[in-house]
Design a protein around this ligand. Structure first.
Ligand SMILES: Cc1ncc(COP(=O)(O)O)c(C=O)c1O
Length: 402
């Protein structure tokens, strides 16, 4: 059987093997504590659900314009103005099937074969694969854990070449849990200013989940060098409003880019699910939204602090304090190449380590390999405090800290 050559270029996720094993154990009745979730454990606020239910009952079941209804695009434009200080017309916004689809369309719309795309590591698993699918060449720049995984202007300067076509900024970050301060974005922008043909793709899906005195700023809001004209701002409702299953994402950017993305989408999926549009309007116009989002944010902050402190109390684990998103990403380098647990299993990298932890301690962690860091593991704190303590008690005992 012949498959397309492009299938050879995309990597199989190694993370999936560990997830499959965790699921198999659960099926056998084993009580596995999972830190794998990449989604809020809260339900979507009721008034947002109601808006979709009402629309469905009113017969909103037909095709809609591919980039979305004017009302929904306007609600997003108003949100961008109110919360991000960005002025966009409705035609500068297109709504797609989750943040993932938004990013995929953006890469397809601007990349040509051989174009280099600078991706800071640790990175969200899909960036390099999506870049390759668009014919681009991922150029990975490794953030130093000592600098909270953030890359520096000097590093970016070194990575930029005449072939660079895009720079991806994901802040707050999955999996690093770090957030670039506005001054740090400024620093990076000075390096990019020398290359006016380079797009910045700013993945802002965790913008509302920031902790302590961390400040969030949209890349397009950088107030010099007309950044808005070459920034692709991708966002979604998934993480902010606990709506991962709804599949609603959007992009704001220059008109020709948005038109190109919409043209592509028109040959792929057409509009998103019709009765979701009123839910978007509700999410961005109901004053109760801010209250609900803040409640979830506060709970994530409480859990994140707790998990981070507990991880750092385990000998051999070193964790950067999360300032955004809902992930801790500890270094396990000191635990590799030595016997661990009752069986004395020796792991050389994170997948083997996670497999050993899962098999003996029944705790599911996500290995950092797919994020570009094979000596780190990711733990999501989008789970209850009770689960966090139960899982970390087991992990500590497995590592001889019990
Ligand atoms: C950094 C980042 N970007 C994009 C996405 C995709 O978002 P969505 O679920 O809306 O497709 C995710 C999902 O986990 C993510 O972590």
């Amino acid at each position: 059987m012949q498959l397309a050559r492009r299938m050879d270029d995309i990597a199989e996720s190694i993370t999936l093997a560990v997830t499959a094993k965790a699921n198999a154990l659960k099926k056998q009745g084993v009580d596995v504590v999972s830190f794998g979730a990449g989604e809020p454990d809260f339900d979507t606020p009721g008034f947002i659900k109601e808006a979709a239910i009402k629309a469905l009952q009113a017969g909103r079941t037909k095709y809609e314009p591919t980039p979305g209804t004017v009302e929904a695009r306007k609600a997003i434009a108003e949100k961008l103005k109110r919360e991000n200080g960005l002025e966009y017309a409705a035609e500068q916004i297109t709504i797609s099937v989750g943040g993932k689809h938004a990013l995929y369309l953006a890469f397809q719309a601007v990349l040509n074969p051989g174009d280099e795309v600078i991706i800071p590591a640790p990175y969200w698993v899909s960036y390099p694969e999506m870049v390759k699918l668009a014919g681009g060449v991922p150029v990975i720049v490794r953030g130093d854990p000592a600098n909270n995984f953030k890359i520096t202007r000097t590093q970016l300067d070194k990575a930029l070449t005449d072939k660079t076509r895009m720079f991806i900024m994901n802040s707050p970050s999955n999996p690093g849990g770090h957030t670039y301060e506005p001054s740090e974005l400024d620093e990076l922008s000075y390096a990019l200013a020398r290359f006016p043909e380079v797009w910045v793709c700013s993945d802002e899906i965790y913008e509302k989940l920031i902790y302590g005195d961390t400040q969030f700023r949209s890349w397009a809001a950088l107030d010099w060098a007309k950044w808005k004209d070459r920034t692709i701002t991708c966002n979604c409702l998934s993480k902010t409003f606990a709506m991962t299953g709804w599949r609603i994402g959007y992009t704001a950017g220059p008109k020709p880019l948005i038109a190109a993305m919409s043209k592509l989408q028109s040959q792929m999926t057409s509009n998103i699910t019709s009765f979701c549009y009123p839910a978007i309007v509700e999410a961005y116009t109901n004053p109760q939204s801010g209250v609900e989002v803040e409640k979830m944010r506060q709970e994530f902050e409480r859990r994140g602090e707790h998990m981070w402190k507990r991880l750092n109390a385990i000998a051999g684990m070193e964790c950067v304090r999360p300032t955004g998103a809902f992930y801790c990403f500890p270094n396990i380098g000191a635990l590799l190449n030595k016997p661990l647990g009752k069986k004395g299993v020796v792991s050389q990298e994170a997948v083997a380590f996670c497999t050993a932890v899962l098999e003996e301690a029944h705790v599911a962690l996500v290995p950092g390999n797919d994020f570009g860091f094979a000596d780190h593991v990711r733990l999501s704190f989008a789970t209850s405090m009770g689960n966090i303590d139960k899982g970390l008690d087991r992990l500590a005992a497995f590592l001889g800290n019990g």
